[in-house]
Design a protein around this ligand. Structure first.
Ligand code: MRU
Length: 331
């Protein structure tokens, strides 16, 4: 399995995802500014990994100054890095609850321990998502159609987007390890091409896959070449509406049109119970230059979209698989 974030003495090592898959470069983060930059510049990306990196970033900040003002300032700096993935706010709120009542001398050490707990819990949650999600793939395999199970995913919700195992890809890895034949359709995911990260990690794991242009998804579904769609999530509202990488919604619409089950796989840390529905989820607008147009071309570049709960068959969490309307029971 790939190591996206590891402790290295007083610092953390990350894999710079802006350079993958061309170059494999680790970066050492030893200050708040470096951690905030890594998240903002998408050197680390993917909702669960962003949450873990932010937790370590806060721990690094408190090594310099653990007073009340510094705590507030570091949390504000990290919270401002990216707006959509709620795991960021979730991790920072968890640390604030723990740290605020402590004497400042005890904060840095406690923050580091909690960041480690967040990272370890993410790995464990994703492993459980893999076990639950594998049941869906096994059911398809048992339904009598010829192997392999043909799964479509979008963006990168694999090992690289988490501390370990991935979310949408965790069931794929679990099935592959159990000897169940799976083939993954990987959409390119314009404009940042996170699909290339997915291809890279599936290749490392020896999982059969095929890269497609984003716009090929509908045709493949229409031709009956897709058994199931599984994507990750950046924020799931209390009613099950789900924000994920731009283009997810179109896949959900096409899946519904062709009677293909559409699942979201995410840890409980991605569910925002304080957000009633998808319209309240902040959508990151990124630099228009990511689209590669000439500088004078007017450009809109929303990085995420919201798939309404009604298009989602189920949400695969570490506690099991839930219909979107049942998420409130998990609050
Ligand atoms: O902009 P990114 O690359 O951070 O967006 C990532 C995604 O949209 C993932 O699908 C999502 O975070 C789930 S990751 C397990």
């Amino acid at each position: 399995m790939l190591t996206t974030l590891t402790e290295d003495g007083d610092a953390v090592l990350i894999l710079d995802q802006t350079l993958l898959p061309r170059e494999i470069v680790q970066r050492r983060l030893s200050t708040l500014a470096e951690a905030a930059h890594a998240i903002r510049a998408m050197q680390v990306r993917g909702a669960p990994l962003i949450g873990a990196c932010a937790a370590y970033g806060l721990a690094l900040a408190l090594r310099q100054d653990a007073g009340d003002a510094a705590l507030d300032e570091a949390i504000a700096t990290l919270a401002a890095t990216r707006p959509t993935a709620v795991n960021l706010n979730w991790a920072l709120a968890r640390l604030r609850r723990l740290l605020a009542p402590l004497a400042s001398a005890a904060r840095a050490e406690a923050a580091w321990r909690e960041a480690r707990a967040i990272a370890e819990e993410d790995a464990a949650a994703n492993a459980a998502i893999g076990r639950h999600g594998m049941d869906l793939l096994a059911e398809i395999a048992a339904s009598g159609r010829k192997a392999p199970v043909r799964l479509m995913t979008h963006c990168n919700a694999g090992c690289l987007a988490t501390v370990r195992h991935g979310t949408a890809l965790a069931p794929v890895y679990a099935a592959h390890d159990a000897g169940l034949a799976v083939h993954v359709w990987v959409s390119e995911t314009r404009p940042r091409n996170q699909g290339l990260l997915t291809v890279w990690e599936l290749a490392q794991a020896g999982v059969p896959h095929t890269l497609i242009a984003d716009n090929a998804a509908g045709l493949l579904m229409m031709r009956g070449e897709v058994d199931i769609v599984v994507v990750g999530a950046d924020r799931i509202a209390a009613n099950g509406d789900t924000a994920n990488k731009i283009g997810t919604y179109l896949k959900a619409l096409a899946a519904r049109a062709h009677g293909i089950p559409f699942y979201v796989a995410a840890p409980l840390s991605t569910i925002d119970h304080a957000c009633p529905h998808g319209g309240d989820i902040p959508i990151e607008e990124r630099d228009g230059r990511e689209l590669g147009a000439a500088p004078d071309v007017p450009v809109a570049n929303p990085a995420f979209d919201v798939t309404p709960a009604g298009l989602i068959t189920g949400i695969v969490t570490e506690r099991g698989i839930f219909p979107p309307e049942a998420l409130r029971e998990l609050a």
